[in-house]
Design a binder for this molecule. Structure first.
Ligand code: PEP
Ligand code: MG
Length: 316
């Protein structure tokens, strides 16, 4: 059945009644591009640039090296969006030369955008490399910051992008509940939101994503997480802007339908999941996705939410 579903569709992501939902790839670098293209990704929704920084634990890669890498990624998708996330160091991805050594709770410490604002030269080099890589190419580069908490963070990031001469769309990841709750304020500074459901679950449930004993709270089906996603999507809609998802939640075909039903406008995932998500979305209308989303949010646990969505989508 899984194979049959795979051959059912190809091309752009859409519900059965034609509501478009771009399906994008999460990549760690040029090595992942072939799989993204083979899966029919419509672009890159999350380029995790920290992988570029792992080769040398003492310093950041040069502007030239970064420019070359970003250009390879941009050239692979001449028609599609390419959303590059600036360096997300700290917590589960520590970098010796940037991450403070002795924090009691690294996930709650200086990481993501906070690290970059403490090391503006690292952010500046990365943004200048992105500006150089995209010059002369059709303008479809989008740049986003990880671990944004509030409007002030979003403004600091947008200011840094403008100062680096970057002509791209600027956005932020919603990984901290505060940013979801104040999505409309954050969107006064930037053009789009992208939900990082892995960290959003960690911070919503106070459950470290690296601690197996609390893994039950990492389940993205939890109704509280769906509520936050809906809140962010509603805020974006009210501002006339977009809100995608780039966390693991987008890779679960059933949950992808629910996210679309909540008003999420694009889904980015590991390339291997794209055909399954495309096939499942193509079997349901937007109205059915909306009913599944409402049914899931009306429950009190991840397990019930999954069952309710499944029942709503199959009893149609
Ligand atoms: C997330 O937190 O959901 C996310 C996409 O970022 P990462 O997994 O790289 O922290
Ligand atoms: Mg994250």
């Amino acid at each position: 059945e899984r194979e049959a579903a795979l051959t059912a569709t190809s091309g752009p992501g859409a519900t059965s009644d034609g509501h478009q939902v771009p399906l994008l790839a999460n990549i760690g670098g040029p090595a992942d591009l072939a799989a993204a293209l083979a899966a029919g990704a419509e672009g890159v929704g999350l380029f995790r640039t920290e992988f570029l920084f792992l080769d040398d634990s003492a310093q950041a890669p040069s502007e030239e090296k970064q420019t070359e890498t970003y250009r390879q990624v941009l050239e692979a998708f001449p028609e599609g969006r390419v959303v590059v996330r600036v360096l997300d160091a700290g917590a589960d991805k520590p970098l010796d030369f940037l991450t403070p050594a002795a924090e009691p709770n690294p996930a709650l410490g200086v990481r993501g955008l906070r690290t970059l604002l403490d090391h503006p030269e690292v952010l500046r080099t990365q943004l200048k490399a992105l500006a150089a890589a995209s010059s002369g190419l059709p303008a479809r580069l989008e740049v986003m910051a990880p671990m944004v908490a509030d409007r002030q963070d979003a403004k600091a990031f947008a200011d840094a992008c403008r100062e680096a001469g970057l002509s791209a769309k600027f956005g932020v990841m919603v990984e901290i509940p505060a940013a979801a709750l104040r999505a409309r304020a954050v969107l006064q500074e930037v053009e789009f939101l992208s939900l990082g459901t892995n960290d959003l679950a960690q911070y919503t449930f106070a459950a470290d994503r690296q601690v197996g004993a609390v893994s039950r709270w990492q389940d993205p089906w939890q109704p509280a997480l769906l509520d936050l996603a809906a809140f962010a999507a509603d805020g974006a809609k009210a501002e006339g802007k977009s809100c995608g998802v780039c966390g693991e939640a987008a890779a679960d075909p059933l949950l992808a339908c629910v996210l679309v039903g909540l008003g999420i406008s694009s889904l980015s995932m590991g390339s291997a999941s794209i055909p399954y998500v495309r096939a499942t979305l193509a079997q349901h209308t937007l109205a059915q996705c909306e009913r599944a989303a409402a049914a899931a949010r009306a429950t009190d646990s991840a397990q019930e939410a999954r069952q309710a969505a499944q029942a709503a989508l199959s009893g149609e």
